[in-house]
Design a protein around this ligand. Structure first.
Ligand code: ZN
Length: 128
């Protein structure tokens, strides 16, 4: 699956906007016979770009059909703790996660769409 920029909002399957929200973000999904056929994704303005990227990755996870995961570290954890998913370790000062997707997120996508899960290599945190 791939997300591509649409030439017009009218033809887009997913609309993304930065808005004033009380919550970090949300994905409103349109379904037909249980299948996701479109979505509106909103993220809260005023967040730093790292948090916005994390929130957007989470909301796109919903667009792909992933649910919240609150047992292990995942971008799909339902809550953020400052700048990281609730069950993931906090990045050290001046650092940030090198990858937005965690192993559990990838396993979830593979279970829905097929493929294989490869071992994540390299450091967990990178300089901002
Ligand atoms: Zn969510």
């Amino acid at each position: 699956m791939q997300f591509l920029k649409s030439p017009s909002a009218r033809n887009a399957d997913v609309l993304v906007g930065v808005r004033w929200f009380k919550i970090a973000g949300e994905a409103r999904l349109q379904r037909l016979s249980g299948r996701i056929i479109g979505a509106q994704v909103g993220i809260q303005n005023g967040q730093d770009r790292y948090t916005m990227a994390l929130v957007l990755a989470h909301e796109f996870g919903h667009v792909l059909g992933l649910d919240h995961e609150n047992g292990v570290c995942a971008t799909m954890n339902s809550r953020l703790a400052v700048n990281h998913p609730e069950y993931c370790p906090a990045p050290p000062p001046g650092m940030w996660v090198c990858r937005l997707l965690r192993a559990d997120d990838v396993r979830g996508a593979v279970s829905l769409y097929g493929g294989t899960v490869r071992r994540i290599r390299g450091p967990e945190f990178c300089p901002r």
